[in-house]
Design a binder for this molecule. Sequence first.
Ligand code: BG6
Length: 283
Amino acid sequence: MSSFEKTSYNGLEAIKISNGSSVVIVTLFGAHVCSWILDGEEQLFVSSIAKFDQSKAIRGGIPVVFPQFGRPNEIMAQHGFARNSIWTFVEAGEESYFALTDSQETMAVWPHSFRLSLSVKLDAKEMKIHLGVENTGSSALECHTLLHTYFRVDDITKTTVTGFGGLSFQDHLGDHATKENEGEVNTIDREVDREYQDYSSDKTVSVICGKQFDVQTKATLDGNSTSFDVVFWNAWIEKSKATGDLDDDAYKSYVCIEPGTIADLKRVEAGSKLLLCKNIRVV
Ligand code: BG6
């Protein structure tokens, strides 16, 4: 059974969620999972020079991307406003969660009424995160969602990723072409920024780095399965250097596996609910 307790994390108000030897910290700024300590060991990467002054999203952990991935709408911030907004913690015992609703600020850049909910559940070696988008308005809304997960690894050169064998991906780099994955096992020896569209909820993406993180995802719209995608990202050397809140060597210590609904905007009708469910198991 999980317990929830108020705490602070680098000066930010936060909630500590504990179940046995699994402890997660979620800041109200962004409903951002910043730390997951399992059996005494940190599982997530947070940049040593991340900012915690709310001037930008925290670099690392699990930022919530909503309502846009990237910046198709230039009025809105890159990856949307959810990761830069103050969420509310809703106490409901075991079912406690984080919530964000539309405000004057969100309406100014995205004119829709919504209610986001984020819940984190812990089992022995597993974290389950559910991100819900409810349309509380009277007309349809369209959005992206994504859980941008930074896994901590000891050495990127000894890290491999499986789960993309036989699939094609949209390259976010260079010519932005659709390409075939190289084989069953991906290594990381250069900048990687890929989008595997319409991934299967029967498949698992695994990050193998001494231990193994298994990531499984599903997405539903009013309870019916809907497609989702997975982004695979590592900034590598030049982009780490060029990114203000990543130190030059940061690329050695993380890999992002980011399940989300981003290939297309999802249309959520008035009164409907989109749900993105991600399970991470440490093997
Ligand atoms: C990934 C994108 O999801 O997020 C990358 O595919 C991007 O292109 C990365 O660089 C980090 O984005 P941000 O806004 O957190 O710097």
